[in-house]
Design a protein around this ligand. Structure first.
Ligand SMILES: C[S@@+](CC[C@H](N)C(=O)[O-])C[C@H]1O[C@@H](n2cnc3c(N)ncnc32)[C@H](O)[C@@H]1O
Length: 285
Protein backbone atom coordinates (compact mmCIF):
# COMPACT_ATOMS: atom_id res chain seq x y z
CA UNK A 1 0.00 0.00 0.00
CA UNK A 2 1.35 3.44 -0.87
CA UNK A 3 2.53 5.96 1.68
CA UNK A 4 -0.24 8.41 0.69
CA UNK A 5 -2.99 5.77 1.22
CA UNK A 6 -1.60 4.96 4.68
CA UNK A 7 -1.53 8.65 5.54
CA UNK A 8 -5.11 9.13 4.37
CA UNK A 9 -6.13 6.20 6.61
CA UNK A 10 -4.55 7.98 9.58
CA UNK A 11 -5.95 11.41 8.69
CA UNK A 12 -9.46 9.97 9.25
CA UNK A 13 -8.68 10.48 12.93
CA UNK A 14 -5.62 12.76 13.17
CA UNK A 15 -4.21 15.93 11.65
CA UNK A 16 -1.95 15.54 8.62
CA UNK A 17 1.17 16.45 10.65
CA UNK A 18 0.36 13.85 13.31
CA UNK A 19 -0.46 11.24 10.64
CA UNK A 20 2.93 11.78 8.96
CA UNK A 21 4.73 11.58 12.31
CA UNK A 22 2.94 8.40 13.38
CA UNK A 23 3.47 6.67 10.04
CA UNK A 24 7.18 7.35 10.41
CA UNK A 25 7.20 5.63 13.83
CA UNK A 26 5.15 2.70 12.51
CA UNK A 27 7.54 2.26 9.57
CA UNK A 28 10.58 2.50 11.84
CA UNK A 29 9.34 -0.05 14.36
CA UNK A 30 7.33 -2.61 12.37
CA UNK A 31 7.98 -4.77 9.28
CA UNK A 32 6.21 -3.68 6.07
CA UNK A 33 3.58 -6.46 6.22
CA UNK A 34 2.26 -4.94 9.48
CA UNK A 35 1.95 -1.30 8.36
CA UNK A 36 -1.61 -1.48 7.00
CA UNK A 37 -2.98 -3.25 10.07
CA UNK A 38 -1.14 -0.80 12.35
CA UNK A 39 -2.61 2.21 10.51
CA UNK A 40 -6.09 0.69 10.68
CA UNK A 41 -5.77 0.13 14.42
CA UNK A 42 -4.36 3.61 14.94
CA UNK A 43 -7.17 5.27 12.96
CA UNK A 44 -9.50 3.59 15.47
CA UNK A 45 -7.57 5.34 18.27
CA UNK A 46 -5.68 2.28 19.56
CA UNK A 47 -2.68 3.88 21.37
CA UNK A 48 0.51 3.72 19.35
CA UNK A 49 2.41 2.01 22.18
CA UNK A 50 -0.05 -0.92 22.20
CA UNK A 51 0.41 -1.23 18.43
CA UNK A 52 4.20 -0.98 18.48
CA UNK A 53 4.41 -3.01 21.69
CA UNK A 54 7.05 -1.01 23.51
CA UNK A 55 8.00 2.33 25.04
CA UNK A 56 11.32 3.71 26.30
CA UNK A 57 11.40 4.80 29.95
CA UNK A 58 14.69 6.09 31.39
CA UNK A 59 17.27 3.39 30.71
CA UNK A 60 14.57 0.80 30.11
CA UNK A 61 12.79 -0.51 27.07
CA UNK A 62 9.35 -1.47 28.38
CA UNK A 63 6.84 -3.82 26.80
CA UNK A 64 3.36 -2.29 26.54
CA UNK A 65 0.24 -4.46 26.43
CA UNK A 66 -3.47 -3.76 26.46
CA UNK A 67 -4.89 -4.16 29.95
CA UNK A 68 -2.03 -2.23 31.58
CA UNK A 69 -1.49 1.55 31.57
CA UNK A 70 1.10 2.88 29.12
CA UNK A 71 3.94 4.57 31.07
CA UNK A 72 3.75 8.35 30.70
CA UNK A 73 6.43 10.94 30.03
CA UNK A 74 5.16 12.93 33.06
CA UNK A 75 5.96 9.91 35.25
CA UNK A 76 9.34 9.27 33.66
CA UNK A 77 10.24 12.91 34.36
CA UNK A 78 9.80 12.69 38.16
CA UNK A 79 11.32 9.23 38.42
CA UNK A 80 14.52 10.38 36.68
CA UNK A 81 14.62 13.71 38.58
CA UNK A 82 14.20 12.02 41.96
CA UNK A 83 16.71 9.27 41.09
CA UNK A 84 19.37 11.95 40.62
CA UNK A 85 18.91 13.38 44.12
CA UNK A 86 18.53 9.95 45.75
CA UNK A 87 21.69 8.53 44.17
CA UNK A 88 23.82 8.73 47.30
CA UNK A 89 21.12 7.82 49.81
CA UNK A 90 21.34 4.36 51.34
CA UNK A 91 17.94 2.77 50.75
CA UNK A 92 16.99 -0.66 52.12
CA UNK A 93 13.97 -1.01 49.94
CA UNK A 94 11.74 0.88 47.54
CA UNK A 95 8.08 -0.08 47.45
CA UNK A 96 6.27 0.79 44.19
CA UNK A 97 2.57 0.32 44.87
CA UNK A 98 0.19 0.29 41.85
CA UNK A 99 3.13 -0.70 39.67
CA UNK A 100 1.29 -1.35 36.35
CA UNK A 101 4.03 -2.03 33.78
CA UNK A 102 6.63 -1.78 36.57
CA UNK A 103 7.97 1.44 35.02
CA UNK A 104 8.59 3.29 38.30
CA UNK A 105 10.01 0.46 40.41
CA UNK A 106 12.14 -1.03 37.63
CA UNK A 107 13.45 2.38 36.70
CA UNK A 108 14.61 3.03 40.29
CA UNK A 109 16.18 -0.43 40.22
CA UNK A 110 18.16 0.65 37.16
CA UNK A 111 19.14 4.12 38.42
CA UNK A 112 19.93 3.69 42.13
CA UNK A 113 22.93 1.59 43.09
CA UNK A 114 22.46 2.08 46.85
CA UNK A 115 19.16 0.18 46.96
CA UNK A 116 18.98 -3.41 48.20
CA UNK A 117 15.55 -4.34 46.88
CA UNK A 118 12.65 -2.92 44.90
CA UNK A 119 9.16 -4.30 45.54
CA UNK A 120 6.60 -3.88 42.76
CA UNK A 121 2.97 -4.50 43.74
CA UNK A 122 -0.33 -4.35 41.81
CA UNK A 123 -3.72 -5.98 42.26
CA UNK A 124 -4.10 -6.97 38.64
CA UNK A 125 -2.67 -10.21 37.17
CA UNK A 126 -1.96 -8.56 33.78
CA UNK A 127 0.21 -5.97 35.55
CA UNK A 128 2.11 -8.60 37.55
CA UNK A 129 2.82 -10.62 34.39
CA UNK A 130 3.90 -7.51 32.46
CA UNK A 131 6.16 -6.25 35.27
CA UNK A 132 7.84 -9.67 35.43
CA UNK A 133 8.29 -9.64 31.65
CA UNK A 134 9.69 -6.11 31.77
CA UNK A 135 12.06 -7.16 34.54
CA UNK A 136 13.34 -10.07 32.43
CA UNK A 137 13.65 -7.90 29.32
CA UNK A 138 15.70 -5.25 31.14
CA UNK A 139 17.66 -7.50 33.50
CA UNK A 140 21.01 -6.22 32.21
CA UNK A 141 20.16 -2.68 33.39
CA UNK A 142 18.86 -3.71 36.83
CA UNK A 143 21.22 -3.08 39.75
CA UNK A 144 19.42 -4.72 42.71
CA UNK A 145 16.94 -7.44 43.66
CA UNK A 146 13.40 -6.97 42.40
CA UNK A 147 10.32 -8.69 43.83
CA UNK A 148 6.98 -8.56 42.04
CA UNK A 149 3.88 -9.40 44.06
CA UNK A 150 0.13 -9.19 43.98
CA UNK A 151 -1.54 -6.99 46.55
CA UNK A 152 -4.58 -4.80 46.98
CA UNK A 153 -3.86 -1.41 48.49
CA UNK A 154 -7.17 -1.51 50.29
CA UNK A 155 -6.70 -4.78 52.09
CA UNK A 156 -3.18 -6.16 51.99
CA UNK A 157 -1.53 -4.10 54.70
CA UNK A 158 -3.12 -5.68 57.72
CA UNK A 159 -0.57 -6.75 60.35
CA UNK A 160 0.68 -10.33 60.04
CA UNK A 161 -0.40 -10.44 56.44
CA UNK A 162 2.28 -12.14 54.36
CA UNK A 163 2.84 -9.15 52.05
CA UNK A 164 2.93 -6.72 54.98
CA UNK A 165 5.73 -8.72 56.56
CA UNK A 166 7.85 -8.80 53.42
CA UNK A 167 7.87 -5.02 53.19
CA UNK A 168 8.87 -4.12 56.72
CA UNK A 169 12.32 -2.93 55.67
CA UNK A 170 11.30 -0.66 52.84
CA UNK A 171 11.96 3.01 53.40
CA UNK A 172 10.87 4.73 50.20
CA UNK A 173 7.24 4.48 49.04
CA UNK A 174 6.50 5.53 45.46
CA UNK A 175 3.16 5.35 43.73
CA UNK A 176 1.24 6.53 40.73
CA UNK A 177 -2.24 5.40 41.78
CA UNK A 178 -5.41 5.91 39.72
CA UNK A 179 -6.27 9.56 40.38
CA UNK A 180 -8.86 10.81 37.88
CA UNK A 181 -12.17 11.37 39.68
CA UNK A 182 -15.33 10.13 37.91
CA UNK A 183 -16.54 13.68 37.24
CA UNK A 184 -13.42 14.36 35.14
CA UNK A 185 -13.09 11.03 33.37
CA UNK A 186 -15.37 11.93 30.48
CA UNK A 187 -14.20 15.49 29.93
CA UNK A 188 -11.79 16.81 27.29
CA UNK A 189 -8.97 16.39 29.83
CA UNK A 190 -8.84 12.67 29.05
CA UNK A 191 -8.03 11.73 25.44
CA UNK A 192 -10.40 9.54 23.43
CA UNK A 193 -7.83 6.76 22.94
CA UNK A 194 -7.04 6.68 26.67
CA UNK A 195 -10.69 6.27 27.60
CA UNK A 196 -11.38 3.69 24.96
CA UNK A 197 -8.33 1.48 25.32
CA UNK A 198 -6.55 1.99 28.63
CA UNK A 199 -7.83 0.15 31.71
CA UNK A 200 -10.41 2.05 33.73
CA UNK A 201 -9.08 0.66 37.03
CA UNK A 202 -5.74 2.33 36.25
CA UNK A 203 -7.39 5.72 35.74
CA UNK A 204 -10.40 6.11 38.01
CA UNK A 205 -9.65 7.08 41.58
CA UNK A 206 -9.34 9.93 44.02
CA UNK A 207 -8.72 10.64 47.69
CA UNK A 208 -9.30 7.03 48.79
CA UNK A 209 -6.01 5.96 47.16
CA UNK A 210 -3.98 8.62 49.02
CA UNK A 211 -5.78 7.71 52.24
CA UNK A 212 -4.83 4.06 51.74
CA UNK A 213 -1.20 4.86 50.85
CA UNK A 214 -0.86 6.88 54.05
CA UNK A 215 -3.00 4.85 56.45
CA UNK A 216 -2.33 1.32 55.20
CA UNK A 217 1.37 1.71 54.42
CA UNK A 218 3.19 4.78 55.76
CA UNK A 219 1.45 4.94 59.12
CA UNK A 220 1.55 1.18 59.68
CA UNK A 221 5.24 0.87 59.03
CA UNK A 222 7.76 3.05 60.76
CA UNK A 223 10.58 2.10 58.39
CA UNK A 224 9.37 4.49 55.67
CA UNK A 225 11.35 7.74 55.61
CA UNK A 226 10.28 9.15 52.27
CA UNK A 227 7.50 9.01 49.70
CA UNK A 228 6.66 10.33 46.25
CA UNK A 229 3.08 10.14 44.97
CA UNK A 230 1.92 11.21 41.55
CA UNK A 231 -1.37 13.12 41.59
CA UNK A 232 -3.33 15.74 39.70
CA UNK A 233 -5.40 17.73 42.18
CA UNK A 234 -4.78 20.02 45.10
CA UNK A 235 -7.45 18.21 47.13
CA UNK A 236 -5.24 15.10 46.92
CA UNK A 237 -2.25 17.07 48.27
CA UNK A 238 -4.38 18.37 51.13
CA UNK A 239 -5.56 14.85 52.00
CA UNK A 240 -1.97 13.59 52.32
CA UNK A 241 -0.94 16.63 54.39
CA UNK A 242 -3.89 16.10 56.74
CA UNK A 243 -3.04 12.45 57.32
CA UNK A 244 0.66 12.79 58.16
CA UNK A 245 1.93 14.44 61.32
CA UNK A 246 3.75 17.70 60.40
CA UNK A 247 6.09 17.22 63.36
CA UNK A 248 7.38 14.04 61.75
CA UNK A 249 6.90 14.62 58.02
CA UNK A 250 8.05 17.54 55.87
CA UNK A 251 6.25 17.78 52.59
CA UNK A 252 6.13 19.67 49.33
CA UNK A 253 4.62 19.69 45.88
CA UNK A 254 6.36 19.31 42.54
CA UNK A 255 5.09 20.63 39.22
CA UNK A 256 5.94 18.92 35.94
CA UNK A 257 7.80 20.59 33.06
CA UNK A 258 4.47 22.00 31.81
CA UNK A 259 3.95 23.71 35.16
CA UNK A 260 1.13 21.30 36.13
CA UNK A 261 0.82 19.95 39.68
CA UNK A 262 2.21 16.39 39.48
CA UNK A 263 3.52 15.16 42.84
CA UNK A 264 3.30 15.35 46.56
CA UNK A 265 6.64 14.43 48.10
CA UNK A 266 7.46 13.80 51.75
CA UNK A 267 10.48 13.04 53.92
CA UNK A 268 10.91 12.45 57.63
CA UNK A 269 12.62 15.38 59.31
CA UNK A 270 16.33 14.75 59.94
CA UNK A 271 16.38 11.68 57.69
CA UNK A 272 18.71 11.36 54.69
CA UNK A 273 15.61 11.50 52.52
CA UNK A 274 15.55 15.28 53.01
CA UNK A 275 17.43 15.44 49.66
CA UNK A 276 13.94 15.12 48.14
CA UNK A 277 13.45 18.76 49.11
CA UNK A 278 15.64 19.61 46.09
CA UNK A 279 12.93 18.57 43.63
CA UNK A 280 10.09 20.25 45.51
CA UNK A 281 8.76 23.55 44.15
CA UNK A 282 6.85 24.61 47.22
CA UNK A 283 6.89 23.23 50.74
CA UNK A 284 3.51 22.75 52.39
CA UNK A 285 3.04 23.21 56.08
C1 LIG B 1 -2.18 5.00 37.10
S1 LIG B 1 -1.78 3.28 36.95
C2 LIG B 1 -0.04 3.40 37.22
C3 LIG B 1 0.75 2.31 36.61
C4 LIG B 1 2.27 2.58 36.64
N1 LIG B 1 2.75 2.72 37.98
C5 LIG B 1 2.61 3.81 35.85
O1 LIG B 1 3.02 4.81 36.42
O2 LIG B 1 2.45 3.78 34.62
C6 LIG B 1 -2.44 2.66 38.43
C7 LIG B 1 -2.21 1.17 38.71
O3 LIG B 1 -2.84 0.88 39.97
C8 LIG B 1 -3.37 -0.42 39.95
N2 LIG B 1 -4.41 -0.49 40.99
C9 LIG B 1 -5.65 0.04 40.97
N3 LIG B 1 -6.29 -0.21 42.12
C10 LIG B 1 -5.42 -0.91 42.90
C11 LIG B 1 -5.50 -1.44 44.21
N4 LIG B 1 -6.59 -1.33 44.95
N5 LIG B 1 -4.42 -2.08 44.71
C12 LIG B 1 -3.28 -2.22 43.97
N6 LIG B 1 -3.16 -1.73 42.72
C13 LIG B 1 -4.21 -1.09 42.19
C14 LIG B 1 -3.88 -0.58 38.53
O4 LIG B 1 -3.98 -1.95 38.18
C15 LIG B 1 -2.81 0.18 37.72
O5 LIG B 1 -1.81 -0.70 37.30
Amino acid sequence: MSKSSLISLLTKSFSKEQAIRELKWIKNELPENKWLNACNLRSNYVPLQYILGNQPFGKLDLICREGVLIPRLDTEEWVIESSKVLKDVKINGVLDYCTGSGCIGLSYASELNQVSIVDCVDFKDDAIILTNDNYKRNKDSILCDVRVSKGDLFDSYIPNDQIYNTHTNNNLLVSNPPYIPLKDLHTDEVEKSVLKYEPREALLGDLEFYEALCENILLKNNSFNGFIFELGYNSQVIKVRELLNPEIWSMGIRNDSNGKLRNVIGWKKQSSFNVLQKIVHKEIL
